[in-house]
Design a protein around this ligand. Structure first.
Ligand code: PEP
Length: 257
């Protein structure tokens, strides 16, 4: 089964609207020349409107970094799925920073995932173990739990649009990436089998699984050359235009596109 690689840049809490426009100007020429890869930019909410106008008609997708599951109401500071959908085709759900700092749980991930799918947003759902869990050999147990609860009650018929980002927490923003081999083992031996249990083998084969955690232009091909790594969720390096373009390019060449 061939899966189209997907590389997404998570800009986190960086860039004003003017700075975001500037970054897109620097990215769009280089990214526009790369085919056979889905390219997604996830800026802060405040830039979504401006960037959706700039990216209209291009092959660069736009994503939000979070959403709320309710359609409207008294939820100060939150954005409903239909509001996200006004500007975006993608949304990141369950990033470890949201789990760590903002009380995100497998239950809220599940509510957000179901809301995103209802509004035809392509969800990029993050899973991954902490350093302590990694060091006590609990990666498989933790990731299986995150998938079993976070992905519960989803119609298997629409499951193939989900993107999973395996992001070991110890590798995010630390400069200490996992190895391609280690990440691929989690993708192939833990994540895909867990997806298969929920959605059936055929649907699970179609689901893209990204790696995330200190991906750079220098190490990207080590990940993309693996059988079950279908792209990357990139934090820090997505703010550096040449670096991000090089990462996207290497996902294309590694998959022979
Ligand atoms: C992320 O924020 O999802 C991430 C992987 O960050 P970094 O690439 O900076 O490790």
């Amino acid at each position: 089964m061939s899966r189209i690689p997907i590389v997404a840049g998570n800009w986190k809490m960086n860039k004003t609207v003017a700075e975001a426009r500037e970054l897109v100007k620097l990215l769009s020429g280089g990214l526009g020349k790369i085919s056979g890869v889905e390219k997604v930019l996830c800026p802060p909410y405040t830039s979504l409107s401006a960037l959706s106008e700039m990216l209209a008609g291009t092959e660069i997708g736009l994503g939000a970094q979070d959403l709320h599951w309710e359609e409207k109401g008294a939820f100060t500071g939150e954005l409903a799925p239909n509001m996200v959908k006004e500007f975006c085709s993608y949304v990141i759900i369950g990033h470890s920073e949201r789990r760590t700092y903002f009380g995100e749980t497998d239950e809220t991930v599940n509510k957000k995932l179901r809301a995103a799918l209802k509004y035809d947003l392509i969800p990029i759902v993050c899973v991954g173990e902490t350093l302590e869990e990694y060091e006590s050999n609990r990666t498989s147990e933790v990731v299986r739990r995150q998938i079993a609860f976070g992905f519960a009650d989803i119609d298997p018929a629409i499951s193939s649009s989900i993107v999973v980002a395996y992001e070991p927490v110890w590798a995010i923003g630390t400069g200490k990436a996992s190895s391609g081999e280690n990440a691929n083992a989690v993708h192939a031996q833990v994540i895909r089998p867990a997806l298969s249990e929920l959605f059936g083998a055929e649907n699970a084969q179609a689901i893209r699984i990204q790696y995330g955690g200190s991906v750079t232009a220098a190490n990207a091909s080590e990940f993309f050359s693996q059988s079950d790594i279908d792209g990357a969720l990139v934090g820090g390096a997505s703010l550096k235009p040449d670096e991000f373009i090089a990462i996207v390019k290497s996902s294309q060449s590694s998959k022979g596109a």
